[in-house]
Design a protein around this ligand. Structure first.
Ligand code: F3S
Length: 427
């Protein structure tokens, strides 16, 4: 790979052992990808925490969180002192919500280590956004900005909706990018790689949040890791619908970029979306595909008695919390059911100020942050049947936790929380 003088100096150790390790990792990674050079990034979203039992044991045995960073972010068995980050870096979601640890079945020792990790990250200058949606709480990259982000639902959002440029990175590459401000120049950093490959034509209006989630799930399944271009009459996506669509497409497939001509910034027209190329394949999405996707998403669900309703995948915006409160106000969550709603830390503060946290708690639900059920493996003890309004969460939760899960609209889920029964369906 071609390196600049500054990159060579980092690789030679002139900027310390940690940056040397980081450059070494980026070179190995870039060479494996066939990248010819690195690109400068000033915006990284990754994870450096240690909330899993394995990581905690590792930190204890090897002398702390620098050892965790060395091994798991820099792929270095040698423990090096980690300096403050070089560029703006945000922490993604973690394994627990320290404010609701007991309810999540997490012991005090884990909370203590979690808080140590938060202090460690803050000490390095990593912003504790602790969410899968950094773009909802202040980290909003500009069009064309080269980023190094983990978390598939966030990468597809900043690529497609904002026009920023990132591949779905890993813990190692984002750790190295935090210290060097560099990431391999390949994939979606390159203009020509961002062009559409497959056309998806809609034969029906796609309007509700759940319709957008199901469309995303269908599209991801069809195109896998390619770049779909979605066209159809009357499309009117909102940022929330695109958040939902992208998260679903990134879970059933590996979609990291898409275009909706007339809406997403790099596709003023269908021709521009394809950059002069012809679509490799054309898919159609109509009532039959919608029904098949709905049945697919509900494949694990049989029992209508719902123990647990999980909302907030990807983490809810304040608008979504407000909508839930309007559905929930003055009602009570059923005695056999738990309602957990996940949102970024910062958004929870706004919810506190607006009285939404109180409305949810008075109804018997909980507003949580920092983690989610699938990622943290946190569900109420004894849960057999869950209900969710997210195609991504229903893709992962039953497989990870060995439970049944219903997928439906937010209103269906709130109704299930209040009655303890699933009465949702395709409308
Ligand atoms: Fe976020 Fe968890 Fe969904 S990390 S995107 S809420 S699976």
């Amino acid at each position: 790979m071609r390196l600049t003088d500054h990159e060579k100096a980092m690789l030679d150790g002139a900027h310390g052992a940690a940056r040397q390790k980081a450059m070494d990792l980026l070179l190995r990674y870039g060479n494996a990808l066939g990248a010819e050079r690195l690109v400068e990034t000033r915006n990284v979203a990754g994870t450096i925490g240690a909330t899993t039992p394995f990581m905690r044991k590792f930190a204890d045995e090897r002398g702390g969180l620098d050892a965790v960073f060395s091994e798991f972010n820099l792929d270095s068995a040698e423990v090096v002192a980690i300096p403050p980050v070089e560029v703006y870096s945000s922490h993604l979601q973690q394994g627990i919500d320290p404010e609701h640890a007991a309810r999540q079945g997490v012991g005090e020792e884990v909370v203590r280590i979690f808080r140590k990790g938060d202090a460690y990250s803050a000490g390095l200058g990593v912003q504790l956004l602790n969410t899968c949606t950094p773009y909802q709480v202040g980290n909003l990259p500009a069009r064309g900005e080269h980023c190094a982000w983990m978390e598939s639902s966030a990468v597809i959002y900043i690529n497609a909706v904002l026009g920023a440029r990132s591949n779905a990175e890993g813990r190692e590459s984002t750790g190295a990018a935090m210290l060097t401000g560099r990431i391999p120049y390949w994939g979606y950093h390159i203009e020509s790689e961002r062009r559409g490959t497959h056309l998806v034509e809609l034969d029906m209006p796609v309007e509700s949040m759940s319709d957008w989630g199901m469309l995303g799930y269908y599209v991801g399944d069809k195109v896998q890791d390619k770049v779909p271009v979605i066209v159809g009459a009357g499309l009117a996506p909102s940022t929330l619908k695109l958040k939902h669509f992208g998260a679903a497409a990134a879970s059933s497939g590996g979609v990291e970029m898409y275009h909706i001509p007339g809406f997403t910034p790099e596709a003023p027209t269908v021709e521009a979306a394809f950059g002069g190329n012809r679509p490799r394949e054309v898919f159609r999405f109509g009532p039959r595909e919608l029904r098949e996707t709905y049945e697919n998403l509900n494949a694990t669900a049989r029992d209508p008695d719902v123990d647990f309703v999980m909302l907030g995948c990807p983490h809810y915006s304040i608008e979504q919390i407000w909508e839930v409160c309007r559905l929930l106000q003055g009602r009570r969550v059923h005695e056999n059911t738990e309602l957990w709603i996940f949102t970024p830390r910062a958004t929870r503060q706004i919810a506190d100020q607006n009285g939404y946290t109180r409305i949810i708690e008075e109804a018997g639900g909980y507003l949580m942050s920092d983690t989610c059920s699938a990622l943290g493996r946190v569900i109420p003890p004894g849960t057999k049947v869950a209900a969710v309004d997210s195609a991504k969460q229903v893709h992962y939760l039953p497989a990870i936790m060995g439970i049944q899960a219903w997928f439906g609209s937010t209103a269906d889920c709130v109704e299930a929380a209040v009655t303890g029964r699933w009465k949702g369906g395709l409308r």
